[in-house]
Design a protein around this ligand. Structure first.
Ligand SMILES: Cc1cc2nc3c(=O)[nH]c(=O)nc-3n(C[C@H](O)[C@H](O)[C@H](O)COP(=O)(O)OP(=O)(O)OC[C@H]3O[C@@H](n4cnc5c(N)ncnc54)[C@H](O)[C@@H]3O)c2cc1C
Length: 251
């Protein structure tokens, strides 16, 4: 199969292979196919795109020009690509949501240690409501969303076990999980954006310096809403799910 032209952004890996999706007809996802591409093949070009918030991250901008994919590297024929793409969507969204929550926990932990150690006017700054109450709010939101996330993961694992694999979960259950995964990704990315910044803020100048990990947390929290499907895409998926639920209700 010949793929031409195609551009995309992916996190770079060291494997030497990428999985690529392309449609036989422009803007027709039903004609999507899935391919395995050896990055050393002619027609595959990748260059690094620097994201100033996260200088340690390597994002690749791929360009495919007249790339020939041998038959044995076609993982999903036209019409199958979309189905295969969506198979891995729930765990991918959840993994990004878990990363966002990890950032929240890391920054809340830093701020809690700082606020308990740092003294102003002869007392720990945690005891000033402006610090302690805000920190407890960040902690409560992070805890609650983490508990929701754990409950979802537990339910997902039970389904995988019950049906004998994540690909075997019936379509209607998968569909419900897609909406839940979007809800969790949407809210945890938003929470990371707020919690990391506010926790850093509670650490004053120390939250801005590079003597703790706070700057890493604040920086990475800036990209969470875009990676893995932007905020509006999650909102779109959720609003479509509301429509489906309404139709199913028969009202
Ligand atoms: C660091 C990083 C890592 C990434 N890693 C991967 C990866 O590993 N795999 C992968 O597949 N992708 C990856 N991406 C791509 C990422 O999923 C997209 O960047 C993201 O979904 C937004 O798409 P876009 O950049 O094309 O923005 P655009 O589509 O240009 O969107 C611009 C703005 O318009 C809004 N918008 C777009 N369409 C609509 C609509 N229909 N309704 C309402 N609002 C809309 C968006 O929400 C956004 O706010 C990565 C991106 C980054 C920055």
């Amino acid at each position: 199969m010949q793929i031409n032209p195609l551009k995309g952004f992916y996190i770079l890996t060291q494997t030497g292979y990428v999985v690529c999706y392309a449609t036989t007809e422009a803007n027709n996802p039903n004609q999507m196919a899935q391919f395995l591409i050896d990055t050393s093949w002619d027609g595959f070009r990748v260059e690094r795109v620097n994201i100033p918030w996260v200088p340690k991250l390597w994002l690749g901008k791929e360009e495919l020009n007249d790339l020939h994919v041998p038959k044995e590297y076609v993982l999903g024929a036209p019409g199958k690509g979309r189905e295969y793409l969506f198979e891995g969507l729930v765990p991918e969204r959840i993994s990004i949501a878990i990363m966002s929550l990890a950032q929240c926990w890391g920054s809340v932990a830093h701020a809690a240690i700082y606020a308990n150690l740092r003294e102003q006017f002869n007392q720990e700054i945690l005891k000033f409501q402006g610090v302690g109450f805000l920190l407890s709010d960040l902690w409560a939101q992070t805890t609650n969303l983490s508990l929701g996330m754990l409950k979802f993961c537990q339910a997902y694992d039970e389904k995988v076990e019950k049906f004998g694999g994540d690909m075997e979960i019936p379509g209607n259950i998968q569909q419900a999980m897609v909406a839940s995964a979007s809800q969790l990704k949407y809210q945890s990315a938003k929470l990371s954006k707020d919690v990391c910044y506010e926790a850093g803020n509670l650490m004053g100048g120390a939250g801005l310096c590079d003597n703790t990990l706070m700057h890493d947390y604040i920086n990475i929290s800036r990209i969470q809403e875009i990676v893995g499907g932007s905020r509006q895409i999650q909102q779109y998926i959720m609003s479509r799910a509301l429509r489906t639920l309404y139709k199913m209700s028969g009202i």
